[in-house]
Design a protein around this ligand. Sequence first.
Ligand code: SAM
Length: 299
Amino acid sequence: MTEAIHDSKKGQEDDRFGGPKLDAGLYLVATPIGNLRDITLRALDILSSTDLILAEDTRHSRRLLDRYGISTPMRPYHEHNADKVRASVLEGLEQGQAIALISDAGTPLISDPGFKLGRAVADAGLPIIPIPGPSAVLSALCVSGLPTDKFFYAGFPPPKTIARQKFFNGLTSVPATLIFFESPNRVLASLSDMMQVFGERPAVLARELTKIHETIVRSPMSELIDQLKDQKIRGECVLLLGPPETSGPVLSDAQIDQALRAAMAQSGVKAAAREVSQMCGLPVRQLYARALDLRAKPS
Ligand code: SAM
């Protein structure tokens, strides 16, 4: 009986966060993307035991640390002070410190500060330890219903239309599900540009994941645009597009030109581009540009 009580106390001790002194190194700790309970026990252990926590926004992260009674000193690490802080972090690591890096949400370094720090630590031959956990990219992908065997995370599209269309143009032939972060007030503009550049594809808007207003809308891109065009989109958003259709035959450039010419003999340039796009899966926009070239210099 005494032993049983002793054991249960021991169990409680084990459940407290913290533990033995950590080995020196930079610990990249993922934190929740909404629901504060989405933090791993190991992340809490590490955050309780490091000498220092580097946080993108210390006031924001204080809420999380207070929730779990963690009082480890924090220091800001963001794009404006990164160059200055990096040198002192390297020094701390060389002196044997354990330092954690967290961002406002999710996995640090993924569209969040830390890449240059991680690279500098790696270049200096010092340890970097991943403490995995929440990620808006992977959470959105998993619930999207889109293929998960190959995916391409492309970050935030540029905010201005011309740069954004150019950015999308570089992704048209990536044979994978595409994942983008987007600010809510640019979702519609981005989707319209995607429609122009990629043509119709299955699309998904994953919004406010793990939060009260979590919403996942799966739809062909044109229908998603119709659905969203009269709505005020709020909250944090991930946009996903299905991979290009590969069921069509792979056509050579000469075959594409021939198909475009044949189609243009029957219809206008736009309709021809659309028709050939359906045949070979290339984006309408790309075929439209080629069709205009062909029309300008007939064979
Ligand atoms: N490093 C983070 C991660 O691993 O999830 C992402 C940081 S990035 C600066 C912030 C963007 O992630 C948001 O603008 C949004 O696109 C996406 N995001 C973050 N939390 C989200 C959530 N709960 N639901 C949907 N998207 C989210």
